[in-house]
Design a protein around this ligand. Structure first.
Ligand code: BGC
Length: 245
């Protein structure tokens, strides 16, 4: 099946048509800068532009960096506060004139990794963590998603883990790979002591440089880099939307 996947991020909104058998892009990826302020109506216009660009009239899978329950966005950690309580799925449906399945960005990335990437064939408890602007988390129990976990907001040394272990924190605070790797390690060690996973999959754009910071990770759980990297959100969103087709 072919489904349009769209990934709403803080700096860019990206879309491509995905072959959900193979997880491959059938088209080029289109990226449009996220409008500022990134309020739901303005973002929905860009999502509609992407849908129009692909002349799409079928279900769309779409991610947001927020908790999504029954189409309503419930949080807004790194996005405009007006997403909180917005009926975002209905808004996107009206603006694109297509059925829209809306889900959390890390949940989408996790779905893609479990189906086509580092989590393929893995059972038990798998935690996918995306280290980007925020820390996104998704948990799979024997391959089944437990949606909307927000494990990036654990408090470590009195601070939200996002202030220490995101790629944004690394760049903003000028941490060396070693300094940052130790912070990522501390976060993983804390998390594993609470949830005891069988596998950590570390994603986000920075995961392509895993060889720089993995040497500093000391957790007891097996950990591997994500394989789909910046394709994961789009691919996972498309897979999630298959149920609308
Ligand atoms: C948000 C999550 C999101 C993650 C990655 C966090 O700040 O709370 O919902 O998945 O960032 O974008």
């Amino acid at each position: 099946m072919q489904i349009l996947g769209i990934d709403i991020g803080g700096s860019g909104i990206k879309g491509a048509i995905v072959d959900t058998e193979s997880g491959a892009f059938v088209t080029e990826r289109l990226r449009i800068a996220t409008p500022r302020p990134a309020k739901p109506a303005a973002v929905a216009e860009v999502v509609a532009d992407i849908s129009d660009h692909f002349k799409w009239s079928a279900p769309i899978g779409c991610t947001v960096p927020a908790v999504v329950q029954r189409g309503v966005t419930k949080t807004a950690a790194n996005v405009h506060k007006s997403w909180i309580g917005a009926d975002a799925a209905s808004l996107l449906q009206e603006t694109t004139s297509n059925p829209v399945l809306l889900l959390n960005d890390a949940d989408a990335a996790g779905i893609a990794e479990m189906k086509y990437g580092a989590g393929r064939g893995r059972d038990g408890l798998v935690a996918i963590l995306t280290l980007g602007t925020g820390i996104g988390s998704s948990l799979f129990i024997d391959g089944r998603l437990a949606p909307n976990t927000e494990l990036g907001h654990l408090i470590i040394r009195g601070k939200d883990a996002e202030c220490r272990a995101t790629d944004r924190a690394r760049q903003k605070k000028g941490y060396s790979w070693k300094q940052w790797g130790k912070r990522v390690s501390e976060y993983l060690e804390y998390l594993e002591s609470l949830i005891w996973p069988d596998l950590f999959i570390i994603g986000g754009g920075v995961s392509k440089r895993y060889d720089r910071f993995f040497p500093y990770i000391r957790c007891r759980t097996e950990f591997v880099p994500a394989q789909l990297r910046n394709r994961a959100g789009i691919v996972g969103a498309a897979v999630a939307a298959e149920k609308l087709a």
